[in-house]
Every structure is written in structure tokens, then in C-alpha cells.
Design a protein around this ligand. Sequence first.
Ligand code: SF4
Length: 248
Amino acid sequence: MTILIDVVRDAQRSDNGRRAAELSAQYEGWTPQDILRDAIRNEFLGDITLSSSFGADSAVLLHMVAQIAPNLPVLFLDTDRHFFQTLQYRDELVARLGLTNLINLRADPEEAAAEDAKGTLWRTNPDQCCDLRKVRPLDRLMDGYGAWISGRKRHQAKTRANLPIVEWDGRHFKVNPLATWTQADLDAYFAAHDLPHHPLVEQGFPSIGCFTCTKPVEDGGDARSGRWAGTEKVECGIHNPIYGGEGI
Ligand code: SF4
């Protein structure tokens, strides 16, 4: 019986991996707005959320989603270690764009007390800290959904250079409508729609996470080089595939 269940699961995983590849090919060359419209109103109707860091570029995707489905669940991982400017920017954008379904996700209080009583886990074990404050809260919420939208882009870092438009991570589909957009595309969208910038951008933060783990980027560094600067860590873990390196 266990073997049969495993076989069915493997088949389903590879079907979902295939579907993600088909959708990526279908969406290639589409505008981000058209990708979002199809993903929200057709392909993943009622089964999709948007995860936003309310960081440097977030206003673009949030503005697009607000035009299509202002009641889409917008997930914010409230790690309790955000810059106060990020929290203010989150509230300003939500009000200005008319988003009606912001969900702030936090670490389980018992898990936080057991694993990080001193509040220093970010320094001693940042992978566990991200797991506690980002990965597990998102996992719990996403148990009820089949897909989520992320604002990742290929130009942001070498590790994202081959980012597909749609991925299957082993449990969920991930839609990356801005995958092919450049910084110039983003700047033009901000200007065209008169969107406010995160106040830390002009202080040298092109990518903004927790204040404990984010530094301004040095000249010539890629946009995410200020995140966990000086360590091997490059991602928080919410974008790691669950099964296998290719996320099938
Ligand atoms: S970015 Fe730093 S403080 Fe924030 S959850 Fe990860 S390790 Fe913890």
C-alpha cells in the first residue's frame, strides 16, 4: 500500500512539474498583467495567494494585483525584525492600492519561545530563524492553497538567473510574473503609475529584509548582496524546492 501511495505521489509530482513547464512556455512573452489575469482568474481560480515582502520593488506587483483582484490574499511574513519603514510602507501601500485581504503571518509563539527565547537565533543559526519566522508560518497558511505568486526576478541575483515563470516546488505552484523584467522596466512602471518607493531604497538598500540581516549594497554588488552579507546564506528558504533540486 505504501509503495502504491508513493507511486501515485511520484506521478502527481511529475504531472505538476510538467504542468508548470507547460505554463512557463505558454506565458513566455506575455505581459506580467496577462500572466496574473490568467493565473488568478483561470488557472488557479480561488486557489492562489500573493506573497509580498513590501520591499524595494513590491509596489509593482501589488499594484497589478490590485487592478485584477484587490481581495486576493496578500501574505506578509511579519518576522518581528522588520525595519519600521517597511511596516509603515506596507500600511501605506495597502491603503493606497485598496488591497482588502492582507494577512500578517507570524512565528508560532510556543515554537519561538522554545527555539529563540533570547531573540538571538538570527545570529547563531539564521537558517533556523528563517525557518521559524518565515518558512513554517507560510507553510501552515499555504496548506489551504495550491499556488502563490512571487515577485522574484531573474536580474536580481546569479542564483535567480534561470528563474522560470511558473515553478512546481513539490507542494505548490509558484508564479513569477516579473521573472523577465529588468530594473528599467520596474522603474518605468513606478513612474507611469506614480507609485511610492520604499524609503530605504534611496539609502542604498535595493533588497530589504529584516534589519538584523540586511545591509546597504556596495558599489557593483548585485541587488541581493546586502542580504546576510558576509555569510554563505543567499535565500531565506521559502523558495527552496521541497522535492529535488529542480523542484519537480
Ligand atoms: S532574515 Fe534574519 S532575522 Fe529575519 S527571519 Fe531570517 S535569520 Fe531571522
